[in-house]
Design a protein around this ligand. Structure first.
Ligand code: ZN
Length: 450
């Protein structure tokens, strides 16, 4: 791989490795998070979790494997398909959209197009067919009767789930943009139709402005949520509230340059009442990182029919409003946008809450006294901050390493520190340094971060 691409930095600095398993040449559509990638992933999950919980959502976790009947009910068994062709000679498969007249690897003749289900099938026990979930959402819907009891029969019910999902993509070729195993962060509001229109929480956020691209317009408009309802770009206050929560997650996680694009009526699932994608530009193309969907009563109605369980509330099957983030795409968009390579240095401008570490701590030289003081400073600060204590290599190299993983501040302990109990703090973006008393470090850093 070219040493000077962003992807090569993500590899060398331990963000993303793959395809996995690399030592066996890898299978496309599977990636490993290295130590830095895993820390950013944790931060992304936690910031999302915090926003959902602030708005009254509770988290659940369901199994990844589900029996066939679940996917019959959900419609995935029948409709979650792609069309593919195979090479008669070398047996390579291609998505119909990607296929040429002849096989692109050997020039062989291609078979007739066939439908291909995107779910991954496996067996449990000796003979029971199970499917790896293609989304977390369905597994959450199945909890509705339990949730309804748990929330003491009070509607609406707000829940979310963060977890893995699987799609048997035929030939994924876009790195972490199209994966066979990926992480979703999906929330649902189970709600009655009256409540969708008369939604008190909407009043608190209705003046907030968002960038919307309704399917009838050619250019996005910046408009208040209230204005968007008036203009009929958005139909329901409860749905507008979901758009607001989605935007708050994007802001909290530092994703920039996004837009909300509405699906055209022929682009939506047949049962959906409204659907918007959050899109960001990655290497010049708009890529969907999140969907906000009005799924009507489709899901609970189907699961009520297939399971023979009652799901009515006040003579009506509740509707589902859903926010669905693809974590890897969001994370990739964030890393790709944050990494600045200006020839002088590589700088990962991650926001403080997303960076793997908030503070790097270095003794200036290999010296017992400096190392012991650096140890003490690290022990103390690590109680309140995500710190990294690095003692190896030249000080310049240590700064560069932290710049590349996005650490906003680095503290250096030098000989002066032993005499007057001060250290230097270096700021990542400006490289400005200031001297601060060790006793005032915590207060000083708290002011910088919060
Ligand atoms: Zn071939």
């Amino acid at each position: 791989m070219d040493k000077n691409t962003k992807d090569s930095i993500f590899v060398s600095r331990g963000f993303l490795w793959g395809p996995s398993p690399e030592i066996y040449r890898g299978v496309s559509g599977f990636y490993d998070f290295g130590p830095m990638g895993k820390l950013v992933k944790n931060n992304l999950e936690n910031e999302t979790r915090k926003v959902f919980m602030k708005y009254g959502f509770f988290e659940v976790e369901c199994p990844i494997l589900m029996p066939e009947i679940v996917w019959k009910a959900s419609g995935h068994l029948e409709r979650f398909t792609d069309t593919m062709v195979k090479c008669k000679k070398c047996k390579s498969s291609f998505k119909i959209e990607d296929a040429e007249k002849k096989c692109s690897s050997c020039g062989g003749e291609l078979t007739k197009p066939e439908e291909y289900n995107l779910m991954v099938k496996t067996k449990v026990g000796t003979d029971k067919d199970m499917f790896l979930r293609p989304e977390t959402a369905t597994t959450t819907y199945l909890l509705f009767p339990r949730l309804f009891q748990f929330f003491r029969k009070t509607m609406p019910i707000k829940v979310f789930q963060i977890g893995k999902a699987y799609r048997n993509e035929i030939s994924p070729r876009q790195g972490v943009i199209r994966l066979r195993e990926f992480t979703q962060m999906e929330s649902q509001i189970f709600i009655n139709t009256d409540n969708e229109m008369d939604f008190p929480e909407f009043n608190r956020i209705k003046k907030e402005k968002v960038l919307l691209l309704p399917h009838k317009l050619k250019k996005p408009v910046k408009i208040s949520l209230e204005g968007a309802i008036k203009k009929k770009y958005l139909k329901k206050p409860a749905f507008a509230w979901c758009i607001h929560i989605t935007e708050e997650i994007l802001k909290k996680t530092g994703v920039k340059g996004y837009r909300f694009r509405q699906h055209a009526p022929n682009e939506m699932a047949h049962y959906a009442d409204d659907a918007w994608d959050v899109e960001v530009k990655i290497n010049g193309d708009w890529v969907e990182i999140c969907g906000v969907h009005d799924r009507t009563d489709y899901d609970l109605k189907r699961h009520s029919q297939f399971s023979k369980q009652k799901m009515n509330v006040n003579k009506e099957i509740p509707h589902v409003l859903e926010i669905s983030f693809g974590l890897e795409r969001t994370l990739y968009a964030l890393l790709n946008d944050s990494l600045v390579m200006d020839g002088e240095r590589n700088l990962m401008k991650l926001p403080e809450n997303m960076a793997p570490f908030q503070i790097g701590i270095f003794p200036l030289l290999k010296d017992k006294k400096l190392e012991s003081l650096a140890n003490k400073v690290n022990e103390d600060l690590s109680r309140n901050f995500r710190t990294y204590h690095d003692i190896s290599g030249s000080i310049g190299r240590r700064y560069r390493r932290q710049d590349e993983v996005g650490t906003p501040f680095c503290i250096t302990i030098d000989h002066q520190s032993l005499e007057d109990k001060t250290v230097t703090i270096r700021e990542r973006d400006s490289m400005k340094q200031e001297r601060v008393k060790i006793s005032e470090l915590k207060v000083n850093l708290n002011e910088k971060f919060f």
